[in-house]
Write a protein that binds this ligand. Sequence first.
Ligand SMILES: [Zn+2]
Length: 123
Amino acid sequence: MVIVKDIELYSLCEHHILPFIGRAHVAYLPRGKVIGLSKIARIVDMYARRLQIQENLTVQIADAISEVIQPAGVAVTIEAEHLCMKMRGVEKQNSTMKTSVMLGTFRESQATRMEYLQLIADR
Ligand SMILES: [Zn+2]
């Protein structure tokens, strides 16, 4: 399993045109082809730059990595703080939103998913 943790992420939510800021974790199980760490970070940046919602961003990153190297599985998790939550009516100062997408082996195998979740939880 190849895993890249804590990729900084800056994006804008399409509902409120306010920033959401956080980090992304990306993992994949290679099947022949691999992808450089900087390329993974570039894919995250490329999609983050667009106006969107975090759920779709997570899916787009996973799909892009799937397409580029066709691995046995891809997992993407994003944890972000949304300024729209902090500044607007509800004013939840400490909430974060976590989204994840599991494809291929990460979806099918509980052992693989557990390994991934443990690796991203380790500090
Ligand atoms: Zn928002």
